[in-house]
Design a protein around this ligand. Structure first.
Ligand code: ADP
Ligand code: 5GP
Length: 212
């Protein structure tokens, strides 16, 4: 049976584990396509343009928005971020799942878009605020001022936890990864993700009638 692609949204406060789980999920199923966001933030060490993000100037970003090329966009931690529309539509029409690492504003906009019925949204909570800070520091990619800014915003992000389909406490990495896989496997079987089911039921009905 063919199936429709899911729009898998991962959100969390910064440092709670979105990127880690996004990478693990794609390693588990390499057919899942990552939605590479556009951003005006500066690249971090090791980040590759076109793979981690499409790095843009503010003028370039505004141009993309004004041409309606973004499925969603938001201002986060002083920079613009957005998900380009075309690769998402392409993947969904091919029955391929797309993975988004976006904040709560992006998640809301994708849910409200015409593709909203195909959304699976997952929110990661940290085991504690002290552990969240420890993870941001151990990642070693941001200076203290940036970490302070992200910590200060973390409650704002956490306060939206109820808007998500699933909420996972990312304490043990392997346990949480297994939970995420289970969720994805289950959601792929949703009735509205299986477009051929109606034809199958019609065929069953015809057969039923034939058999009298
Ligand atoms: P985000 O993408 O949400 O900002 P990351 O995935 O970059 O967060 O995780 C932040 C840091 O925490 C990384 O160094 C990552 O290796 C680590 N990390 C993520 N999940 C766990 C976990 N369950 N246990 C311990 N460390 C974790
Ligand atoms: P970072 O700078 O750490 O890569 O990302 C900062 C925040 O921006 C994270 O919460 C991340 O989920 C969010 N983000 C990344 N890409 C997008 C996007 O395309 N749209 C939105 N709305 N948020 C994004």
């Amino acid at each position: 049976m063919a199936r429709r692609g899911l729009l898998i949204i991962l959100s969390s406060p910064s440092g709670a584990g979105k990127s880690t789980h996004s990478k693990r999920l794609r390693a588990w199923d390499p057919t899942i396509r990552f939605s590479v966001s556009a951003t005006t933030r500066q690249p971090r060490e090791g980040e590759v343009d076109g793979k981690d993000y499409h790095f843009k100037t503010e003028a370039e970003f505004r141009q993309l928005v004004s041409e309606n090329k973004m499925l969603e966009h938001a201002h986060v931690f002083g920079n613009f971020y957005g998900s380009p529309m075309d690769p998402v539509q392409e993947a969904i029409s091919e029955g391929v799942d797309v993975l988004f690492d976006v904040d709560w504003q992006g998640a809301e906009q994708i849910k409200d878009s015409p593709l909203g019925q195909h959304v699976l949204s997952v929110f990661f909570l940290p085991p504690s605020i002290a552990e969240l800070r420890r993870r941001l520091e151990s990642r070693g990619q941001d200076d203290k001022a940036t970490i302070d800014k992200r910590m200060a915003q973390s409650w704002d992000e956490i306060s939206h936890w109820r808007s998500y389909d699933y909420v996972l406490v990312n304490d043990d990495l392997d346990k949480t990864e297994a939970e995420l896989r289970t969720i994805v496997q289950g959601e792929r079987m949703r009735r509205d993700q299986q477009p051929d089911l109606a034809d199958h039921v019609r065929a069953l009905q015809d057969e039923f009638a034939r058999l009298g």
